[in-house]
Design a protein around this ligand. Structure first.
Ligand code: C5P
Length: 232
């Protein structure tokens, strides 16, 4: 498979066409941004960690019945994926209070939530990815009702699969973000699952093992990304 024209360059990845109509190549970069692009930097070898970790988790989820865009790893930084039309939604799943939820509701980080919380944001950099509810999504046509119900079902099932998977490896899955796309008319999981898109805390010490080390200047950023991959 060869990389042809670049279709898209995002903050952390590039997407290329290939000679096959409905297959793209995703190349993971070391560039890191936070706070909607206000903070910029580099995390050495992050692209390798995120590519390998996403591949491993997509494979696991496929085995458990979640359709994903993942086809195969091509190199340390590249994977072959099914071409999708991304739904303009960031789907956030929360098990423990952290980040923007702690801020918004004035809660301590680390408080356990009585039930899993699903949040949706409209994927739009100019607007700063505003939170939307299901009525907004349907009212402005960000997805269809069927697509939304499938997204909900998959997001909750993914959480049920990933929580014990990480815990067996000494990591608590605090919260994470998913993106879905449409391939051959069906909703499938797309984008990535990595320390950029998940909050992972060490199960014994609650040490933050994710992008919050970069966002909050906590140090050991590169080492922590490597440590997460090594534990998987
Ligand atoms: O910032 P907030 O607390 O809302 O983030 C919730 C989760 O979603 C975190 O795991 C964060 O890494 C992820 N996220 C993301 N991309 C965004 C916003 C949040 O991966 N644009």
């Amino acid at each position: 498979m060869t990389k042809l024209e670049m279709l898209y360059e995002g903050k952390a990845k590039k997407v290329y066409k290939t000679e096959v109509e409905d297959r793209y190549i995703v190349a993971y970069k070391d560039d890191a941004t936070a706070f909607n692009g206000v903070k910029k930097g580099t995390i050495a070898e992050k692209g390798v960690v995120n590519n390998k970790m996403s591949a491993l988790l997509f494979k696991l989820l496929e085995e458990k019945g979640i359709p994903t865009h993942f086809e195969k790893l091509l190199s340390d930084r590249e994977m072959l994926v099914k071409a999708v039309k991304i739904l303009p939604l960031e789907v956030i799943i929360r098990n423990v209070v952290a980040g923007s939820l702690a801020k918004r509701l004035g809660l301590e980080e680390g408080a356990v939530l009585k039930n899993t919380v699903l949040e949706f944001c409209y994927k739009n950099d100019e607007l700063g990815d505003p939170m939307v509810n299901e009525d907004h999504i349907l009212a402005v046509g960000l997805s269809t009702e069927d697509q939304l119900q499938t997204v909900r079902k998959y997001a909750l099932k993914i959480n049920e699969i990933l929580c014990p998977f990480f815990l067996e490896r000494g990591l608590k899955l605090i919260d994470f973000k998913l993106e879905f796309g449409i391939h051959e008319g069906k909703v499938i999981l797309a984008d990535e699952i990595s320390p950029d898109t998940c909050r992972l805390w060490d199960a014994a010490t609650n040490k933050k093992m994710d992008k919050d080390r970069f966002r909050r200047d906590l140090g050991d950023v590169e080492e922590t990304y490597q440590e997460v991959l090594a534990r998987l």
